[in-house]
Design a protein around this ligand. Sequence first.
Ligand code: ZN
Length: 174
Amino acid sequence: MSKKLPRCDSCGRLFRLDRYNKSRQKNCTYPDCVRARKQLRQREWHARRRASDIEFRISENARCAEANRHRRAAAKARAETMKRAEAVAEETQSWLAMQSDVLTGLVAQLADTVDPLRLEEVKRAYADRGRRLSAGRPLSEPAPAQPVFLDVTRHPLQAESGVLLDTRSPPSRQ
Ligand SMILES: [Zn+2]
């Protein structure tokens, strides 16, 4: 026959009694419950001693204050590191965005176009050219997407590119 298992006074789970401690055992031996009971005992001991021993209270207050200072300083340092990293990332982002804008403007002027599809096509051709140069491959090797415009010599400053031309004649020297 099976005997009914007792319930732990602390966590309420059923547990098996220790055979040498049957009459006194009120608690289970699950590690989390044992740990929680130990913590509670220590907290109670600490509170009692704080209440009865003024020197202990003073030294404990100082120890806690120091630990709190340390914890706050560490949290502040972490937050500052995070903030610096975010600032750098933001700066990098805006720098990259500007490089992209510069490139778009430059390609628009070189190809003398403001058509977005055409711009994209030309950018791809330049990217391909750049990749070939970086890889040390000769440019004479036929490129798969070599656009016709690259053979056409254009004046880089044409109105269609959207770049305003300075049409004033240079100041005459006397
Ligand atoms: Zn328990």
